[in-house]
Design a protein around this ligand. Structure first.
Ligand SMILES: *Cc1c(COP(=O)(O)O)cnc(C)c1O
Length: 358
């Protein structure tokens, strides 16, 4: 059976050897040696000024919204994983959806200003599939209207935009290290921000502690544990292999689909991409469902990332329509992409999709 992704597992001995170091300290969480080491390694590797490792990729979004003091309306994208929207609502704010660009699939920056009201406090956008939003234009808009910017950069491990980490853009940027993501710690994530916000974010992820007997405000528990960090350190040593392998698979997909009339994700100029996902956009939802059925027949299970368009989920009780996002959501399918996916399978997958003998 082939799924859209398969968790990269380092050799078990490597994981155990790293975990043993935590074991020997008798210290399994509360920022032990492994979490600290992982943070140092990632900070250096990604070239970011600050990083806080957390227990998943959703809490950093909620902590960012809370710590930046956001209220009222937050402008966001309907084309993302549900965590982007649910975090806004969970923090008591209202998501205001701005439609996406039909090729980049990121929030359409030209439509943001029209959605700003006196209640708007921030923009929370997703660099979807690791493809950067138009960060420059968004920054200009935010400055002009005094708004904060949070990027859900869950898919952006290793992505560079204009020569630097994509995590360096916006007031806060977050990543997910979930087992389905390119770099992972089983469950896990991180928050990136500049030094101005670091203290507050750090304190909030650890119950608001300021030392063992003092608090500097409301907090929650989002700490990463030692077993999680051990997995991260073990996977970290295989990053080159992970990037290389994904790149080759994407290139093969592209080659095999060269003569097709499917549409693909357009990567923004000046981006060093990470080959995290391979979305294919069909002409109609009917075509997509047919392809999905054909793939299921050979035990291949792609995922409809991202469906449904988030502005249509029921607990919103009706939100503004986003024609492009709703249409793309109905027609986009992410094909299997993971380290170890063999070429013959890539070929079989493409054959099933192209097969037009209806
Ligand atoms: C995976 C993902 C998240 C959530 O991350 P978790 O680590 O699973 O909590 C948030 N946003 C997007 C866009 C994601 O893909």
């Amino acid at each position: 059976m082939i799924n859209v992704t398969k968790t990269f597992l380092p050799p078990q001995e490597e994981y155990q050897a790293i975990l043993k170091r935590a074991w020997d300290t008798g210290w399994m969480t509360n920022r032990g040696v492994l979490v600290k080491e992982l943070e140092v390694k990632l900070k250096d590797y990604l070239q970011v000024p600050n990083i806080i490792a957390m227990t998943n990729g959703t809490l950093p979004l909620q902590i960012a919204i809370k710590a930046l003091g956001l209220t009222g309306e937050i402008i966001t994208t309907p084309f993302s994983y549900v965590a982007t929207t649910s975090s806004i609502i969970w923090e008591g704010c209202t998501p205001v959806f701005v439609d996406i660009h039909p090729e980049y699939l990121t929030i359409d920056e030209t439509k943001i200003e029209a959605a700003i009201t006196s209640k708007t406090s921030a923009i929370l956008a997703t660099h979807v599939f690791g493809n950067p939003c138009d960060v420059e234009v968004i920054e200009k808009i935010a400055k002009k209207h005094d708004l904060k910017i949070i990027y859900d950069a869950a898919h952006c491990f290793g992505v560079k935009y204009k020569g630097q980490s994509l995590f360096n853009y916006g007031d806060v940027s977050t990543c997910s290290f979930h087992a389905t993501k390119l770099f992972h710690t089983g469950e896990g994530g991180a928050l990136f921000c500049n030094s101005e916000y670091f203290e507050t974010m750090y304190s909030k992820h650890n119950f608001g502690h300021d030392g063992p007997e003092k608090f500097q405000g409301l907090g929650i528990n989002a700490k990463m544990s030692e077993p999680q960090a051990a997995m991260g350190l073990a996977v970290f040593n295989h990053l080159n292999e992970i990037f290389e392998s994904r790149k080759k698979i994407v290139q093969l997909y592209q080659e095999l689909l060269d003569d097709s009339d499917f549409k693909f994700l357009k990567i923004r100029e000046s981006t060093e991409w990470n080959y995290h996902y391979f979305p294919v956009i069909f002409k109609t939802e009917e075509d997509l469902l047919l392809a999905k059925e054909r793939l299921n027949k050979i035990d291949v299970f792609p995922r409809r990332y991202f469906y449904p368009s988030l502005n249509t989920i029921d607990y919103l009780n009706g939100s503004n329509t986003c024609t492009i996002s709703e249409s793309i959501s109905e027609r986009v399918l992410c094909l299997p992409l993971f380290v170890g996916l063999e070429n013959v399978w890539v070929e079989r997958i493409i054959n099933q999709i192209k097969n037009d003998d209806r």
